[in-house]
Design a binder for this molecule. Sequence first.
Ligand SMILES: [Zn+2]
Length: 471
Amino acid sequence: MPCNNYRSSLLVTAILWQVSLSASGAYVTILNNGPSSNRIDMVFLGDGYTESQIDTVYADHVQSTIDNFFGGTEDPFPRYQNFFNVYRVDVISNESGADRPPDGIMRDTALDASYYYNSGPQELLFINKYKADAKLLESGLLDPQFSIEMRLVTVNDTLYGGGGSSSYAAFAGGSVSSWQIALHELGHSFAGLVDEYVVGSQTYTSYEPQAANVTTSSTGEKWSQWLGYTDPDHPEMGVIGAYEGAMVDYSHGVYRPSTSSKMRSVNRPFDAVGREEIILDIYSHVDPLDAALDNSTTLVDPTSLWVDTIDADVIQVQWFVDDELVTHATDEIFHPFNLSPGEHEIKARAYDDTPWVRRDLEQLEQWVTWNIDVNTVLEPFHGDANLDGIVDDEDAVILAANWQNDNADWFQGDFDGDGVVTDIDVTLLAVNWQRDITSMVSVPEPGMLVLLFAAWLIAVQRSRGRNRECL
Ligand SMILES: [Zn+2]
């Protein structure tokens, strides 16, 4: 069942509302994944919830919406969960529900939620934007330390309906399709997508629409990067092409990317084109890195450089020394081992390698460049096979896995450089056991034999464990 669009022709009378500022910041933080400046801040308001329903019905509606956004299969949201902060503003209404004017049902609610909004169809459910703005202002979430990118209003009614403007996505919080309606409306309010369903029979003859998900070209050239694509996770979405009919009124002259996506039927996923647009819009507000080591001055003999990604499962890191990729270095920390004396340029590239974006890929990456001056060559401790700066069980496992390999290099546990992994290499590893290049921790000599034993034991155990798995 298609959901009606909140059309641009909608006229809303501007009313100046008397606003009382609250110093307390009347909002509830539901998810805090990082600094507001580098997160998508999503805020929920509610309408038609009485005082006694705030902590029960309202809190449940908000929580189940979030759970379905991030815990389900509604791509791309689960993958980007850590890119979001979520807040809730508790708006109290005198009565439950929403207006249904033609049915004579009128409710006294804080944000004036109404079906048949602005004399539209029954399922067009929207609120008074100015009253919502005032509640947001009161809450403290419009204070300078926040940057609210997504605004949702859950309306305490069970009748199917929703509406999305450029600022708010409203949805019937009591509907069985509530969270799916909410996502469709976010498609409008956050990603600028337009409806792909059709109830009219007009022919579109105007200019090329700005929205990413419709085009006047019958070849679908606008999303040429996806033509012919079938989503392996959602084969039911069919093949991306150019399907005639979209934007509610037009059965001809305008084309959509798939037979049916979230912007056509709320119970469907977003198609590849809509999903890509949402991700690109996320990255228009968020960078892959939350922080990085200061690069404003030349660093002299640094033992490590670092970046801090939003989510290490989503953001990959590569390191370059003098524009050459260091193939083994994929961590957030990098140790400039074995560089010749003199000046070097080190770069970190942080990027999202999602297969869901095929254009404007530069939006998904971030580079940091440092200039370093090497006076004393930084050498890795013997035993640090993976060059992560610490000699630990990861290195012991590598060594054990390559035991007696006679064509080995450093990365396989040959620390003395004789080409074979032998007990000499085990000893070298044990001598440096748990030494850490960043703190230069050294192990006291008397403990050596104990540590040798420990390292060897770990190595053998891991080796046996691995063999068992291979059976
Ligand atoms: Zn819509």
